[in-house]
Each structure stands twice: as structure tokens, then as C-alpha cells.
Design a protein. Structure first.
Length: 184
């Protein structure tokens, strides 16, 4: 959830919904669901805010019933902006910022941690910039970047390996609305 709560549920709880639907979680006032993932217990997840990311094993996410709120995922005053899966074959993570900067890190550059920790910086952000998305990949893929006036596809092999103190490389103009991973 945007306000930093997370929970794990059985897939059957969602699949077996009645035609009228189900409520799969309670929400605090002014909160909203930010992401839903389907992943196995052998994977890790990366939870991120506009400035930091936290990688943790999925078994750190508490298993809760549908009617519960969830537990704190990351120690931060910022809202949670997204979540990504890191499978056992994931080799790299790619950070995309709103101002069109891209940073590629090996998975080792973002070590595993525990739930409810502060998170790490994964890119040096310039003034007014923030993390838009974090993707994990195990082979070369393309990123489709949508701006108000154009759609750009970027082959991830063109992004050099950086570090968490790198500002990344500028590969498109400011004002990214949406970024998504597509297969080559």
C-alpha cells in the first residue's frame, strides 16, 4: 500500500472470488494499493520509494488473511511507489527516473535486508528527480518509455552497469509518464 503496509496472501484467496468480488484487504483512510505481485517463496522483492529501495526475501512479508491491514514494509516517511520481483535467475536491476536517467546495477549491488529497514540509495538523484520504476531482468529486454508526446523503446543492453552513487545515463527527455518492460 502507498502508506507502507504489505502482506502476503494465498493465490486461492483471490482466484476464488465470487462474481460480486471480494475485499482482499482493509485500507486506512487516504491509502491505496500501489502494486500486486504474484511470486513464489524462493524470490526476493524490491520495494521502492522516490529515493530508496529495499530488497528482502518474500518470506519476510507476513502471511495474513484478507480482512487485515498488513505490516510495515519499509522504515520511511515517503510513500511506497512500487514493488518488483527478483527471481533466482535475475542478474540485474534497472532504475528509471522521471527525468529520463537510467542506472543498471547487478543484483549484488542491492543486498538482501529485512522488512522494516530504511532502504538503500540505488541512484544519485539530481534536484527534482525521483525513481519512477525499478525493473529486474535476467536477459536483454527493452523498456518502453511513454512521455506525453512520444513513446521510446530502449534496449537494456545499451545501459552500462553503474553504481548506487552514479547518476545513471540520460537516454530520454524529462517527463516520463510510464515505463514498462517488453521482450525483444
Amino acid at each position: 500500500f502507498k502508506n507502507g503496509l504489505i502482506k502476503r496472501m494465498d493465490l486461492e484467496d483471490v482466484i476464488n472470488a465470487t462474481p460480486s468480488g471480494i475485499i482482499y484487504s482493509k485500507l486506512n483512510p487516504n491509502d491505496m494499493v500501489c502494486d500486486i505481485l504474484i511470486a513464489n517463496l524462493k524470490s526476493d522483492i524490491i520495494v521502492y520509494t522516490k529515493s530508496k529501495a529495499l530488497r528482502m526475501p518474500i518470506d519476510q512479508v507476513p502471511y495474513l488473511k484478507r480482512a487485515t491491514l498488513g505490516n510495515q514494509v519499509m522504515k520511511t516517511n515517503e510513500t511506497i511507489d512500487g514493488i518488483s520481483v527478483v527471481t533466482s535467475d535475475t542478474k540485474e536491476i534497472i532504475i528509471v527516473t522521471a527525468k529520463g536517467r537510467f542506472n543498471k546495477l547487478t543484483t549484488a549491488a542491492l543486498p538482501r535486508s529485512d522488512r522494516n529497514k530504511a532502504g538503500c540509495k540505488v541512484i544519485k538523484l539530481t534536484k527534482g528527480d525521483y525513481i519512477k520504476n525499478i525493473f529486474s531482468c535476467s536477459k536483454e529486454v527493452k523498456l518502453r518509455i511513454t512521455r506525453i508526446d512520444e513513446v521510446v523503446e530502449i534496449d537494456t543492453s545499451t545501459i552500462p552497469i553503474g553504481s548506487s552513487v552514479s547518476t545513471g545515463v540520460k537516454l530520454c527527455k524529462d517527463g516520463i509518464i510510464k515505463a514498462e518492460m517488453i521482450k525483444l
